[in-house]
Ligand binder design. Structure first.
Ligand code: MG
Length: 157
């Protein structure tokens, strides 16, 4: 068994679509970023790369590389799954925390969980999504950004 941790934060910006775990969550702004800004998928991808001993997301999908401008983060997930397969590793489970003051995510957790499970080819019981606020503190608490954390476990195929 191998474990990995991932963290990411993106600023909220008007005129962007808010995507979390591949799910469109209606809000007045979305996450800025070179790609689609899906902070949760980025945290999961980083955790997977870490667990596999493969470095970090920036090494493969640099935010200065024009190839990834506007890219769907689910594509990063697909590429990461292919790298895991090559190393004969499969995902045992994924646990995540999304930290957002606004919008309230409680009603979206189920959809996000199903979407993350689908993207990474897992059963619904192998993905967990927790939603928290930042108690009004810092940029996340002020509603200027959304952060995400992920922990994953991999097993040898
Ligand atoms: Mg990111």
């Amino acid at each position: 068994m191998r474990v990995g941790i991932g963290y990411d934060i993106h600023a909220l910006k008007k005129g962007r679509k808010l995507l979390l775990g591949g799910v469109h969550v209606p809000h007045t702004s979305g996450l800025s970023g070179h790609s689609d800004g899906d902070v949760l998928l980025h945290a999961v991808v980083d955790a997977l790369l870490g667990a596999a001993g493969l470095g970090d997301i920036g090494e493969y999908f640099s935010d200065t590389d024009p190839r990834w401008k506007g890219a769907a983060s689910s594509f990063f997930a697909e590429r990461t799954l292919a790298m895991l397969k090559k190393k004969k590793l499969s995902i045992r489970n994924i646990d995540t925390v999304v930290i957002a003051e606004r919008p309230k995510l409680g009603g979206h957790k189920g959809n996000i969980q199903r979407s993350v499970a689908r993207i990474f080819g897992l059963g619904i019981g192998d993905v967990n999504v927790k939603a928290k606020t930042n108690e009004g503190l810092g940029p996340v608490g002020e509603g200027k950004a959304i952060a995400a954390m992920a922990v994953v476990a991999l097993q040898k195929i």
